[in-house]
Design a protein around this ligand. Structure first.
Ligand code: BYC
Length: 314
């Protein structure tokens, strides 16, 4: 890691962070900080966009009009989140086209969780309850991070994600209080979504290559493991209320620490999934590429309209 004494830009930047000030796009930012933010914010934007796919898979099969309207609105919200985040990442000097190209060519990462299939309607409830629940815990920390545009995007996104989580919990509640077949469907979905949701927080400290820098520069305010623990403590109790069983034979309440402890996480599976070898990686990228190609005429029309109406871009 660079010694701040040898780098006046880094020294001034760290002094500002120490005073609790936020960094803004017009500031002189250390190159490494800028690159770390581009990496993280673009991965986050891609996750929102790819995250639309597993849920969109169920729009036509939602069990009632009310559920269909709710799901449609949620998927549209995710598209909006992706757009705020691409805009926020662009403030760091990288054009959106370049970021999208990195996603479509498989160079960029996106959240591990969206490489798993949505096999039943209960999976849509699990995404809301577990995946959005995990995302909010991670994102409410990012909403206090050191980069102003990311903070502003996160504040808005967290409000919408909280609603998504409540909606998911309400869907799972309906199944958990339903017929034995509905209860079994909810339990089976929880069994599949629990392990990859725990992985969403990223690997443990010793394998978390970016954490040291990100914590130092106040992008991350808590470690991956600390946030994962917050999620476990919150979710175990919710599962108890629902009468669902967390699929972990090692799950125990530790009276000393007052936390729930979990069994081992399969990090080999995690690294295989983020390396491109999860159950749905190829499908997800294929779907995104097709959507991008299908949208070419919209981009061309928007560009032609803007060229004829310079005030649009003024
Ligand atoms: N998935 O050094 P580490 C949503 C990678 S979407 C994939 O700890 P870092 C929603 C990591 O990139 C919300 N890769 O990383 C949308 C690194 O590899 P590189 C998504 C992961 O950055 C639609 C390596 O592992 N949220 O809510 O310090 C519908 C070592 O990890 C993951 C965000 O994107 C992962 N889960 O910490 C419904 C939040 N974890 O890049 C819901 C923003 C780690 O060095 N991101 N890796 O090659 C973050 O907060 C942080 O990037 C992470 C990881 C905590 C995820």
């Amino acid at each position: 890691m660079t010694d701040p004494a040898a780098d006046p830009v880094l020294q001034a930047f760290e002094a500002r962070l120490a005073k609790g000030e936020k960094a803004e796009p017009k500031d002189r930012l250390p190159e490494r900080y800028r690159r770390q933010l581009v990496r993280m914010m673009s991965q986050h934007a891609h996750s929102e966009i790819v995250g639309m796919l597993p849920e969109a898979n169920w729009i036509t099969r939602a069990p009632s009009l009310r559920r269909k309207i709710g799901l449609l609105a949620k998927v549209q919200d995710e598209a909006g989140h992706g757009l705020y985040l691409y805009s926020a990442a662009e403030t760091l000097g990288v054009p959106r086209d370049e970021l999208i190209d990195q996603l479509l060519t498989g160079k960029a990462k996106y959240s591990n969780i969206f490489n798993y299939p949505t096999l039943t309607w209960a999976d849509i409830g699990m995404i809301g309850w577990l995946v959005d629940g995990a995302a909010i815990i991670n994102q409410s920390m990012l909403a206090k991070c050191s980069y102003g545009p990311y903070v502003r995007a996160m504040i808005r996104i967290c409000k919408e994600e909280s609603f998504h989580m409540r909606q998911g919990y309400e869907m799972v509640t309906a199944l958990a209080r339903g017929t034995p077949a509905q209860q079994a469907m909810a339990q089976e979905a929880l069994n599949r979504w629990w392990p990859p949701t725990l992985m969403m927080f990223g690997p443990p400290e010793e394998q978390s290559t970016n954490s040291e820098e990100l914590v130092r520069w106040k992008v991350k305010l808590k470690s991956n493991d600390e946030l994962r623990q917050t999620f476990v403590d919150q979710t175990v109790v919710q599962a108890q209320v629902l009468g669902l069983r967390i699929p972990d034979p090692d799950l125990r309440y530790d009276e000393d620490t007052k936390h729930w402890t979990i069994g081992p996480i399969d990090w080999q599976e995690f690294f295989a999934v983020i390396g491109g070898n999860g159950p749905c990686n190829r499908d997800r990228l294929r779907a995104r590429r097709e959507a991008h190609e299908d949208g070419a005429w919209v981009r061309a029309a928007a560009a032609a309209h803007a060229a004829k109406n310079p005030q649009v871009n003024a």
